[in-house]
Design a binder for this molecule. Structure first.
Ligand SMILES: [Mg+2]
Length: 269
């Protein structure tokens, strides 16, 4: 009925890319910020400008992680060491905090301009859980989580929200560490082995595996099913609707098809 084993009693959802169509917005905002920075660095040093890759760099260093960790991780991948700075640094200051703030300003502007669309398959899945009275949490690294839930019209569908602000308050290390997911399961009074994690990020499925959760569902919006499995997904779907509408048997590029057939990510709208 829910497409998951019977021992799963609680449901923990990532936000961006699982519930809402905001992962692409984040990727674009990161690219905007890093390319501005990298271009300025190239101008200063006279070395070649190598842009941020909104697919590979986003997946490997940024997606799913707390904002500051994302900035540090990508800079480290380029061998760039910047001072930490402070949260008061103006956007674009040549510090970890200043660059991170610039990314946040951009993503908030984009969200304001474009609005936030939820994935309808996720909304349908949440409604089914609600009808069944099963506990639900959002577990997001984002500090803007509650605003995004509200903008998407799905803020009333969760018992617990563990977001970037909660993590900061409670000193929880971010994904790929399992702590934020474990905190959500605890808040729902469910042992991790009886909870499912729904994640679209490599760092996110890794935190599900690290936490010993009963099921890690990789949500593949961009054609990276194999990488999701390698990092911790027990099963991969392209949309949560697949879990409640058995894929009519043909042409479904879903969970149980480990060959994947190189579908090239054509499912993304
Ligand atoms: Mg995500």
């Amino acid at each position: 009925m829910l497409g998951l084993p019977d021992h799963i009693h609680a449901f923990l959802f990532d936000l961006d890319g699982v519930l809402t169509q905001t992962a692409k917005v984040h990727a674009a905002a990161w690219k905007d910020m890093f390319d501005t920075f990298l271009r300025a660095e190239a101008d200063r040093s006279g070395e070649e400008f190598v842009p941020f890759d909104a697919v590979a760099d986003y997946d490997d260093y940024v997606d799913g992680r707390p904002r500051l960790d994302g900035t540090r991780g990508f800079l480290a991948s380029r061998g760039i060491d910047l001072p930490e700075g402070t949260p008061d640094d103006p956007p674009g200051t040549r510090t970890v905090q200043g660059l991170s703030t610039a990314k946040n300003v951009t993503v908030l502007r984009m969200i304001q301009e474009q609005g936030v669309q939820p994935y309808q398959g996720s909304v349908a899945y949440l409604h089914r859980l609600q009808v069944l009275g099963l506990p639900r949490a959002v577990v997001s690294s984002s500090a803007n989580c509650r605003d995004v839930l509200r903008a998407a019209g799905i803020d009333g569908l969760f018992d617990v929200v563990v977001d970037g602000l909660v993590a900061q308050r409670d000193h929880l290390p971010g994904k790929p560490a399992p702590d934020t997911y474990l905190a959500a399961a605890k808040a729902l009074n469910t042992p991790p082995e009886h909870a499912a994690v729904f994640e679209d990020a490599l760092a996110g499925v890794a935190s599900g595996r690290a936490g010993g959760f009963g099921m890690v569902v990789g949500v593949d919006r961009v054609g990276q099913a194999e990488a999701l499995r390698e990092h911790g997904a027990d099963v991969v779907v392209t949309d949560l609707a697949e879990l409640i509408e058995p894929a009519g048997g043909q042409g479904s590029d879903s969970a149980e098809d480990p060959e994947g057939g190189g579908s090239g990510g054509g499912n993304q709208a």
